[in-house]
Design a protein around this ligand. Structure first.
Ligand code: TPP
Ligand code: MG
Length: 401
């Protein structure tokens, strides 16, 4: 029995073939193709920390010396430490919810560090690592999860759009933005602009993502679609979302797709630089599927033990994105224990500051929800603000009697 992935046969001249059904082996092979890295996975650093040369991608990381790699390591350790701190703070009642990024540090730091300041990034809700690479202060980000802010940063200054909770919706926003870059003639050479849009494996089933793909494709928009395939959309596994590996979907829209090891920060950096370069020169869009794993719950409201086995997590722990860089640096004598200790101390300090800020964050006045909705004042909104304030005053007046 052939066990290659099964696809529908090409229609022939004769009557429809009744036997055009996949064998059980082919079904299993097809499902595996969506949920295992496979031979197509672009990798530069193995889980054991060994550097694999790549004829195609080495030139995109030719400038990455020991210092740069140490900085990427530091980025990932800091981001993970902040993530763990925020998770703990949610458990202590200081945050309404937290969306962990644990396990996705390489995908986010690698791709984020590939961007230029002039580029624009459109995140979903888990991209704290990308936010960090765009210079967004983690303290500004935490307000979203303490429910004091919708987004606490200047998205133009940072080239980092507000978080989007509606699954896949940011893909349309990003397609529109990238089309604008194209229309305004900001594409064409080395100095060109590009946009990157982050979304999950589950989001690929949304209509918005399909529409974004179509618009970006037909306008040759400078847009890198960065899909973090973390294997799960809450409790739905990737193999329930697609019959073929996600990166291959790009083919149907007429642009290139590539699968990268999302736990390999060097490969993510190289592949995203390549994709951005294509876009800057007018050869966009490009789809990157970063093959990774969500090591924690979907959010702090989720309990993954109800739908997945712990041996899966144990397997992915062996592919940890931080450990492989550490192994590479240590094995080759590029970094000693003092370096790793100092990064850890810095990360602890980073987390302590985040914690201190969160605990002492000022309560915003209740009518703040009406500000920053529109660029210009709106009479309807002003009336609503007044009504709300007098409603609140009613409580104060009642308390006086
Ligand atoms: C339009 C829409 N439908 C449903 C939801 C509820 N929801 C929130 S996260 C999520 C799963 C998304 O999975 P994926 O795209 O893989 O991203 P991940 O959370 O794994 O990063 C769903 C269904 C939503 N936020 N928006
Ligand atoms: Mg997912």
């Amino acid at each position: 029995m052939p066990s290659e992935q099964w696809t529908h046969p090409e229609p022939g001249d004769g009557p429809a073939a009744v036997a055009a059904q996949p064998s059980p082996e082919q079904v299993i092979a097809g499902l595996r193709a969506t949920s295992e890295g496979g031979a197509e996975l672009t990798q530069l650093l193995t889980p054991e920390g060994q550097r694999i040369p790549s004829e195609r991608f080495d030139r995109y990381v030719a400038d990455v010396d020991d210092e740069t790699l140490k900085n990427l390591y530091r980025d990932m350790v800091l981001v993970r430490r902040a993530d763990r701190e925020a998770n703990a703070m949610q458990r202590q009642g200081q945050l309404g919810i937290w969306v962990p990024l644990l396990g996705q540090e390489a995908a986010q730091v690698g791709s984020g560090r590939a961007l230029q300041p002039r580029d624009m990034a459109f995140p979903s809700y888990r991209e704290h690592g990308v936010a960090y690479t765009r210079g967004v202060d983690m303290r500004d980000l935490i307000g979203i999860f303490r429910c004091t802010d919708h987004s606490g940063w200047d998205y133009r200054a940072h080239g980092f759009h507000p978080y989007t909770i509606v699954i896949g919706n940011q893909v349309l926003n990003a397609a529109g933005y990238a089309m604008g870059q194209k229309f305004e003639g900001k594409v064409g050479d080395e100095g060109g602009e590009a946009t990157i849009c982050y979304f999950g494996d589950g989001a690929t089933s949304q209509g918005d993502v399909h529409e974004g793909f179509v618009w970006a494709a037909v306008y040759d928009a400078p847009l890198v679609f960065f899909c973090q395939n973390n294997q799960w959309a809450i409790s739905e596994p990737t193999e329930r979302q697609s019959r073929l590996p996600l990166y291959q979907r790009a083919r149907g829209y007429g642009f290139p797709g590539i699968r990268v090891d999302g736990n390999d920060v060097l490969a993510c950096l190289a592949v995203t630089r390549w994709a951005l370069e294509e876009c800057r020169h007018g050869n966009g869009p490009v789809l990157i599927e970063a093959f990774t794993y969500r090591m924690d719950a979907h959010t702090t409201t989720d309990d993954p033990t109800r739908y997945r086995l712990s041996d899966e997590l144990e397997e992915w722990k062996l592919k940890d994105p931080i450990e492989r860089v550490r192994a590479f640096l240590a094995r080759n004598g590029h970094a000693d224990q003092a370096f790793f200790d100092s990064v850890q101390a810095e990360a602890d300090q980073f987390a302590a500051e985040l914690r201190d800020y969160t605990f002492n964050m000022p309560e915003p006045p209740p009518d703040r929800v009406f500000s920053q909705v529109y660029a210009e004042p709106s009479p309807v909104l002003e009336a609503q603000r007044e009504e709300y304030l007098s409603y609140l005053d009613g409580f104060a007046a009642a308390g006086e009697h």
